[in-house]
Structure formats: C-alpha cells, structure tokens
Design a protein around this ligand. Sequence first.
Ligand SMILES: Cc1cc2nc3c(=O)[nH]c(=O)nc-3n(C[C@H](O)[C@H](O)[C@H](O)COP(=O)(O)OP(=O)(O)OC[C@H]3O[C@@H](n4cnc5c(N)ncnc54)[C@H](O)[C@@H]3O)c2cc1C
Length: 564
Amino acid sequence: MTLLDAHTVAPQTPIEADVCIVGAGAAGLALARELIGSRYSIVVLESGGLQSDRATQALYEVDTIGHPLRMEQGYVSRNRYFGGSTNTWGGRCIPLNAIDFEVRDWVNDSGWPFDKQALEPFYRQAARVLQLPDYDYFSPERWRSRLLGPLAQGLYGEAVVPEIALMGRSPIKMGRAYRRQLAAAPNLHIYLQANVTELEPNPAGTTVEQIHVATLGGDRFRVRARVFILASGGWENARLLLASSRHCPQGLGNPYDVVGRYYMEHPKILLGRIYPRADLLRSPAVLDYAPIAGGYGQLGLRLGDTQQRQAQVLNHYLQLQPGFPSGLPEARQTWQWVCSRAKRLRLHQIRRQDLRQVAPHLGQIGEYFLCRALNRPIPYPHIEVFNHFEHAPNRDSRVSLSRDRDALGSPRLQVDLRITAQEKENLLHLHRLVASHLQQLGLGELVTPDLDPTADWPGLTDASHHMGTTRMGLHPRRSVVDPDGRVHGLSNLYITGSSVFPTGGHANPTLTLVALALRLAHHLQTVVLPKTSRATPVPDQAIPNRQNQPQVAPRPLHTQATPP
Ligand SMILES: Cc1cc2nc3c(=O)[nH]c(=O)nc-3n(C[C@H](O)[C@H](O)[C@H](O)COP(=O)(O)OP(=O)(O)OC[C@H]3O[C@@H](n4cnc5c(N)ncnc54)[C@H](O)[C@@H]3O)c2cc1C
C-alpha cells in the first residue's frame, strides 16, 4: 500500500527517504516509475487527491498582468491532483527540432546545454511512457510510403518541411494509467493531499535539509531526504523556490533574480485561410488526424532549419484544419457538438431540440466521414491555418510572488506573459513564404489578414504550456539549473518539467519534459544516489501518529487501479 493520506501523518518526526519528489504529474510520475525496484526509498508528495476538488484547485489561483491568459475566461490550464495536468491534456506530442537546441544569434538567450542527440534515447522511452505510436512515426521517412510519396512532390519542399504530431489512442492520464503499478512498488510512498509549502535549506543556503508540508485540514509535517526533486509544474516549481525565503530573502536558487523569469508559452491563433486549387490540399491525410498503429498522426508545416537560419526567424509551425464545406461557424459548432457527445458516450443525453438544431449540418459531416473513410479528397472550400508560435526567451515575461496568499498562507503567483512583435512578425514572415511556395506549385492561395505585429492580435492566446521559469544553463546569472537539472549552488535540489526548458520551440512540451524526467532518473541512479546515499528503510514504520498516540499504520487510499 503506497498511496497514503497526508492527514494521517503526525507532525513531530519528519518522514525520511532517499529521494523526495514534489508533484505527481507527468514529470513526477515518470521519474518515480523509473525508480521502482531500486534500492532507494522514494517519497512522492502530491497536493491533490485521486480526484479534482475545488479547495485544492483553488491553491492554483494566480493574478495575471501582461498578455491575457485563457484561464481568465475560466479555462482550466493546470490540474492540481494525482496525475497533474495529464488529467485533462490533449495528448498531442512532438519532439523539439534539432535547431531548438542550438544557440541562435537572432534569438536572445537561446541554446540548450546539450543537443537533441543527447535526448534522443529518452525521447524514445518517453513516447512509450506516454503510450504514443512508435517513436519513428515522428520521422517524415516513416510516412514516405504512405503519405509523403505523393505529398513530397507537392506540399513540402526544401524550405517548407513536414512536422508530425503524434497522439495515442486517447490522451494518457498518467495517474490513472500507472496508479496500480506505483501502488504496488514497495520502495515508493505517495502522499496525497500533501502540499509542499517551503523548502528549508541549511543556513548557508547550500543544501536543502527538509521540506515543509501542509494539508488543507491544518496538519503540518516535514520530509527529509538526500535528494529533493521539484516536479510541481511549469509555474509552481518557480513559486516554491521564490516562496522558500527562510535563509535567502530573494528565494532559493535565486541569487541573480532569474527564478520565474523567461516564462515562455506557445502562443497560438487561428489566422489565415488557404483556398486550395489542387486535391492534394484536400487530402484527409494533410488535414486530419491519420489513424496509425497505436494512435494518430497529424502533418503540419514549418520552415526547414537551414531556411530558419537564413531568414533568422523563430521556429513557428502551421497546422492545417478543415474549413467546413459551408464555411459557416454552425458547421464547426455541429462538428464539435457531435465530437463531444460521442467522446463522452452520452448519446442518450442528446435532446430532440439539439438534433433539430444540428440536423442541417449532419449531411456535411456524413460526407466528411465518407471521404475520410475512402481516403478521397474532402470538398472543403478552404483550409484554416492554426498557428503555433515559438515564444522567444524574454527576461520580462515572468511569474513572481503576489501580495495575496492562498488558503495555506503561501504567496500566490502573479503571471506576466509578454508576447512581442518579434514573434508576430516572424509568423507573418512564415505566412509570406508558405503563400509563395503554394503559389509557385499551383496548389492554392494563402490569404492572411493584414495585421500590425506591434498591435494586440485578438484571438492570440496561450496554450497552457508553462515553460522556462527555472531555465537550464551553464551560468547561474542566466539560468537556475545546471545541465543535469540541479539548482545552481544547491547540492541536492533538482528540478524537472518544462520550467527547465531554455527555449520551447513550437512543440507541445510534455514529450520533452517526460524525456528530461527519464534522463534525470538515469542520472540519479547512475551518478548521484550511489555516491550520496545509503538505502533508507521505507518510511512505513517511521510514520508517526498524531499527538503522541500509539503508532498506527497510515490510512491507505484505494489502491485498486484502472488498468492501463
Ligand atoms: C487543457 C490542457 C491541454 C493540454 N494539452 C497538451 C497537449 O496536447 N500536449 C502537450 O504536450 N501538453 C499539453 N498540455 C500541457 C501538459 O498537460 C503539461 O505540459 C504537463 O502535464 C506538465 O507536466 P508536469 O508533471 O510538469 O506538471 P503537472 O502536470 O502540472 O503536475 C504537477 C503536479 O504537482 C502537484 N503540485 C503542484 N504544486 C504542488 C505542491 N506545492 N505540493 C505538492 N504537489 C504539488 C500538482 O497537483 C500536480 O499533480 C495541456 C495542458 C492543459 C491544461
């Protein structure tokens, strides 16, 4: 039984372990799984329970200034319970491109401390953890026989290259998928409803000695470990460092005011329409999720690395979407309506008046499915362009502590997202190149509204991808963690997650952050733990009972898991 309720832990004696992981989301659980069966005792502290609850989720409330975030319209952009944001994510995955790891003169503070090759084995492993189709499907070569053969002579060229996104059969919920395996691991203890509020270093600020945990029921306890790992999400990793100001007023790992800065997103916007002149652009393979073994693949467009270097632009990416035959918004709404009902299998809930409303459009949707099934060109009058930006690192784009406090007394976050003219101008540049490419090939016309890059663009939104707030690098003046993920200046504190990305490319971040978590697990097992630790007894018996009453075993939560 390793899923435990933090309310049962007594405050007097700290829990002890070799490794303490904060957060049971994609990063924390991927890391914890790798350490199953090792001789090390692992404690995972997770703020939420097995389901979402309002009081815990409220601990995630932030104040926003800067570019508006979609959470201001009620969008839930992170989930504070077991499994983290994979409980509601879209499951779309792309590895970063090789150019994303390079130092680019035209992108301030760009460059990872290693190249893509170094991450490749962990990417492969991460694809398996996230239950994606075979990793080789990310390679255009893998698509050549099936789709790219004809397409290569058409849509793609030297400048405009394919980009492939993969999805599993359904987006994996990490908590649900791995709960049974994690619960059965004898060296792993997961505490739910355990909110980390502070990391306490030694007075010199060189080693984390213990961390403080609080429950919403008022319980408090501490955890001591040889190695601590923050895996609490792209904003929260920075928040915990900033809030840990006991011996360092500016926050832990923050002597040069870098923590929380360089916050990057993947701004996105539906902008531009392609009016196709050739059936190629109406192929379901180009416009839709193509079913492949183990899930789906989707093709998009970006500029090749060489062209990006020549034009000195960011690595933006275009996803092409069907514009429905009538071109009417109702058709799109109908499509979404059918998808949502079908997805949730609530067909019995469809009401007669709903049907009356959507009936006029069902013919078009039927036609769409028929074309798809027969792999025939779909008669869209136009194609919508969904644009995913690379967001350049920017010191002024940041999260910091607000004056307000949450229910546990911890300072809330203030989020100041900055999107500059550079990102917008680079997108317009990509549109100009793609437009001339399509025109030269006689494929169609890309029409983009005339927008001012220095102005606000209505509809330009974030993607709930929180990156860069504890960035990785060699120099403490410009980064928070070193290439292994260890916080500069602290011997035993590591961070994993998209907060360590120095740049984020255009690719959805989860595949990369899971790859980094697996890389960290490998580093801990092969380098750090053998040197620094002796296996500690797992903390079952060590868990003290409240108020000096006789010790009882901690109350286990349900360990029956949904099979993966
Ligand atoms: C609606 C939506 C759609 C998305 N779609 C995609 C997509 O298609 N592709 C993609 O790549 N990404 C997508 N993302 C982003 C993706 O979900 C995240 O990148 C990923 O889940 C981050 O993993 P993580 O483990 O770093 O953080 P999280 O998943 O946020 O996990 C952090 C965990 O830490 C816990 N925690 C936080 N603070 C504390 C604390 N103080 N003490 C203890 N525990 C704490 C949280 O409860 C949580 O369980 C989407 C996100 C959303 C919200």
